[in-house]
Design a protein around this ligand. Sequence first.
Ligand code: HEC
Length: 136
Amino acid sequence: MKTLLLITLLLSEVLLAEVYTKADRVKDMQEMARAMSYIETGFFYNNIDLVQDGAFSLSDAIRRVQPPLTELQEKDPMTRYMNERVKFTNKISKKIDNKAKLIIERFREGDTSQAVQAYTKIMKQCMECHVQVRNW
Ligand code: HEC
């Protein structure tokens, strides 16, 4: 009986953990906005710790971001093809994640101009997604 209860508990936790809500997304977005400003402040104060903290927290958050569940559950391949949000999100997330790593590397090497360029490219990705899918 106890085992059954435990299994049920574990199972419901797993299921719950998989649901990524709009509120979760808003929270991650806010974290990313904060992370971006950390990175920027790190640039201005020439502070690698701030840059790194910002970049790590940006990567953490972008890896969590998902389109709405309805999209993931869409069975009709044509509809999926038409909105393509899953693919689109994964592509952008990967780019942001890679550029976040690049920021740390370049800044550490003292190549601030490349670090700033990577930052600008991240900003462009944020905006690109917002232009296309802001109102999911
Ligand atoms: C894959 C798409 C996507 C990407 C990439 C993306 N966003 Fe968003 N963002 C959204 C959506 C969608 C919303 C609106 C909230 C919702 O409907 O879930 C939003 C909302 C926001 C908000 C407002 C949150 C609030 O309090 O209402 C901020 C701030 C934000 N994004 C920052 C960022 C930053 C910074 C980046 C880049 C590092 C970024 N976003 C990248 C899709 C994206």
